[in-house]
Design a protein around this ligand. Structure first.
Ligand code: AMP
Ligand code: ZN
Ligand code: FE
Ligand code: FE
Length: 285
């Protein structure tokens, strides 16, 4: 069994349309594929319409969240959510709120770049996003097109979208997100919990508190984790009773990993992960 539970399409900041992500998944000999676009479920229907025979589709999303301890800084984290009811009022309202914030923060970031005479425009970024919620990779694509950086990795450097021109968006408080996804019948996985190159990460003890609040799984095998970190995350999974997964976090051409790379989730762990989900069922083509 080959299972990849973390992928993106043009419904957010990936470069392939949802249907083509499904075709690629079949070509990569995957048996089970989840689509987890950032803060949106817009890719589910087109993915299901294009589902190749024999491939099982798990509807999901990657929720932009933050964790905060006392008066400390907000630490951003990504929560993969699966098999929830997308019409749940509280959850859909939070997703709409984050997408609206992506729009205003994207426009502000572009404004700052334009003020510094970087030759891109908001209209261009909107065109590149083609209706999807705006992500930094859309702005990165504009920077590449303008020739000011050579690739997406450079666009995320500290002089550009990684730090200097980065503006926070209005993410979902993580315990609220866990509660809403549970209410909507879904299950959750903490994505790339130790991806330190993206910024500060949540301390180990807090992962125990997330588990107590209903978190189901944790992503161990991810491109942003070294071998040592993967082993440590698997220990955390054991300690807190979380289901370990491994996935590609496929985004299309602007990232190095192909679909199915790192897809180390076992069928037994997949079954454990989705056992409590009641909001939707996986669809087999
Ligand atoms: P945003 O959600 O708008 O803050 O943008 C974050 C997205 O940018 C994530 O989905 C990542 O996949 C992508 N990203 C973050 N860091 C990098 C990087 N160093 N190179 C390429 N893409 C990145
Ligand atoms: Zn992304
Ligand atoms: Fe992520
Ligand atoms: Fe992702």
């Amino acid at each position: 069994m080959r299972i990849d539970l973390h992928t993106h399409s043009t419904a957010s900041d990936g470069t392939l349309p949802p249907g083509q992500v499904m075709t690629r998944a079949a070509e990569a000999k995957l048996d089970i594929i989840a689509l987890t676009d950032h803060d949106t479920t817009a890719g589910w229907e087109p993915a299901i319409q294009a589902l190749p025979p024999g491939l099982t589709f798990v509807p999901g999303a990657e929720l932009s969240c933050y964790w905060q301890s006392g008066g400390g800084p907000r630490i951003s984290l990504h929560l993969l959510a699966y098999l929830f009811d997308p019409s749940h009022p509280g959850l859909s309202a939070e997703l709409a709120r984050v997408c609206a914030s992506r729009e205003t923060r994207g426009e502000q970031m572009v404004k700052r770049l334009v003020t510094d005479d970087v030759p891109i425009s908001w209209a261009q970024v909107k065109r590149l996003a083609a209706g999807a919620p705006i992500g930094r990779p859309h702005i990165g694509a504009a920077l590449i097109a303008a020739g000011v950086v050579t690739d997406m990795e450079a666009a995320f450097g500290s002089q550009w979208l990684g730090e200097r021109y980065r503006i926070e968006k209005a993410d979902i408080e993580v315990f609220t997100a866990l509660k809403l996804v549970r209410e909507a019948g879904g299950v959750t996985v903490f994505a790339h919990p130790k991806a330190t190159k993206r910024g500060r990460t949540v301390p180990d003890e807090a992962i125990g508190a997330l588990a107590d609040a209903g978190l189901t799984g944790i992503e161990a095998d991810h491109a942003d984790h070294t071998a040592g970190v993967r082993a440590h995350v698997r220990q955390l999974a054991d300690r807190y009773g979380l289901v370990p997964i491994g996935s590609s976090d496929f985004h299309g051409d602007h990232k190095k990993l192909g679909i199915g790379d790192n897809a180390t989730t076992t069928f037994a762990d997949y079954q454990r992960l989705i056992a409590g989900a009641t909001g939707r069922t996986p669809v087999t083509g």
